[in-house]
Ligand binder design. Structure first.
Ligand code: PEP
Ligand code: MN
Length: 459
């Protein structure tokens, strides 16, 4: 983990009243994967504006999420976290946002039945606009330009103007997050989440003969819903669901500017999202990201790839969850299907032996990325499912709880991942590959995954 993109500009030091003590300590540490903003004036003005804008989420909601995640860490709930690899400004349309929320709600119904547990619903949404990249540059036809780092930093178009790092994009990311969150809140609080309606949507999935193998589970869910109805369940009360927002806390200027002191507790909350995670490339124990996130009250996730040692995991626990507070820390493992059964057990064993109670979640996407013969970044549905199975096997063998699923998915009919019961092949990429970053499960593949995981959870 080297600092490949050293910031070109000095960071503005803000006055630090006692409650914000330490929130700026990261500024003197190695901060990898940060942009080199082009214009110092635009940078200062953007940070200043973000610092004065209203919070996107509220501290009380963040506290509720921490309680929900604590239940999951104790085996009493299951986390479903999903959305785009990289949201885009253009993609923040009512149709696309509602399709994604709808798909997550559909998956959640199936998983709730399979697990017989509440499912915590969380989007990689309303803020997932910045991407870490393994290379600083991209070369096409002999022309080299800065790599695309997410709409919060630069544009996807391959021109020097578009690829320049523009700090005013952070302000646009804030406003796009606000309108996305507004729509999510309206959908999930305004009747759109009616259990009977969501269940009805799943019948569309079953209508495809390719999915006939899931028929018995679908029939069981149908019977359960009818049983609830017959018992006089108040379906009106089930129309409103909790839905939380999350993204990778990559751009520290943005996260710091949206951090506010909660008037109830006098503690700092990063109000850009309910849940924030630290990526595989920025989880250095001595780095700026871990330091900054150790100081906010939000529940925090850390991605753990195959090179993670048990000592790394224990050091992260000491720094991010010194009080061993259930719900505070989530480890999102992304080992790859071929590694998970070998690498995960020692991590889980050592963490459990240390007395910490973290929430274990599987990200079966990021360890299984390959290039298709026709040159697209893709993932095989079977590898993704195999990693999930490995994750369950390891936890079941150790007596620990496999507490959640983190997926890159969309509600649209894209072709980005290979396979599934109604298989996507690489020829379909030519017409329907839309992701600007990593490949996502499409609507049907996402539902199929939910049915497969529900089957594993109910055993
Ligand atoms: C991501 O979640 O899009 C990502 C880059 O993941 P990771 O940090 O696990 O590589
Ligand atoms: Mn990704």
């Amino acid at each position: 983990m080297t600092d490949s993109l050293a910031p070109a500009l000095p960071r503005t030091a803000e006055p630090t009243p006692s409650t914000t003590d330490g929130l700026d300590a990261w500024r003197s540490m190695a901060a990898v994967q940060q942009p080199s903003w082009q214009d110092a004036g635009v940078y200062s003005a953007s940070v200043k504006e973000l610092s004065s804008l209203p919070p996107l989420v509220f501290a009380g909601e963040v506290d509720v999420l921490r309680e929900r995640l604590a239940a999951a860490a104790q085996g009493k709930a299951f986390l479903l976290q999903g959305g785009d690899c990289a949201e885009t400004f253009d993609g923040a349309t009512a149709d696309k946002i509602s399709a994604r929320v709808r798909t997550i709600l559909q998956m959640a119904v199936v998983l709730t039945y399979g697990a017989s547990l509440p499912v915590i619903k969380m989007g990689r949404m309303a803020g997932q606009f910045a991407k870490p990249r393994s290379s600083n540059d991209e070369t096409r036809d002999g022309v080299t330009l800065p790599a695309y780092r997410g709409d919060m930093v630069n544009g996807y178009d391959f021109t020097p103007e578009s690829r320049a790092h523009d700090a005013s994009r952070m302000v646009k990311a804030y406003h796009t997050s606000a309108s996305t969150l507004n729509l999510i809140r309206a959908f999930t609080q305004g009747g759109f989440a009616d259990l009977r309606l969501v269940h009805h949507w799943n019948k569309g999935f079953m209508a495809n003969p390719a999915h006939s193998r899931y028929e018995s589970l679908a029939r069981e869910i149908d019977r359960a819903v009818r049983f609830m109805d017959a018992c006089g369940t108040d379906f009106e009360a089930l129309k409103r669901v909790e839905f939380f927002a999350s993204h990778e806390a990559l751009l520290l200027d943005y996260e710091r500017a949206l951090t506010r002191i909660d008037s109830r507790t006098s503690l700092p909350y990063d109000t850009s999202a309910h849940f924030l995670w630290i990526g595989e490339r920025t989880r250095d124990i001595d780095g700026a990201h871990v330091d900054f996130l150790s100081r906010v009250r939000n529940p925090i996730g850390v991605k753990l790839g195959p090179s993670t040692s048990a000592d790394d995991a224990l050091a992260l626990i000491d720094k991010l969850d010194p009080n061993r507070e259930p719900g505070r820390l989530t480890f999102i493992t992304r080992m790859g299907a071929s590694n998970i059964r070998e690498k995960l057990p020692s991590l889980v064993e050592r963490v459990t032996a240390s007395g910490a109670q973290v929430l274990w979640v599987t990200d079966p996407m990021h360890g299984n990325t390959v290039t298709s013969p026709n040159g697209y970044k893709t993932r095989n549905f079977d590898d993704v499912i195999d990693e999930v199975r490995g994750f369950f096997e390891v936890h079941n063998a150790l007596g620990t709880f496999p507490g959640g699923l983190h997926v890159e998915m969309t509600g649209d009919d894209v072709a980005e991942c290979l396979g599934g019961a109604d298989p996507i092949d690489q020829e379909a990429f030519l017409e329907r590959y839309e992701s600007v970053c990593d490949p996502r499960l499409n609507h049907m593949q996402s539902l199929e995954m939910a049915f497969l995981v529900a089957g594993a959870l109910s055993r």
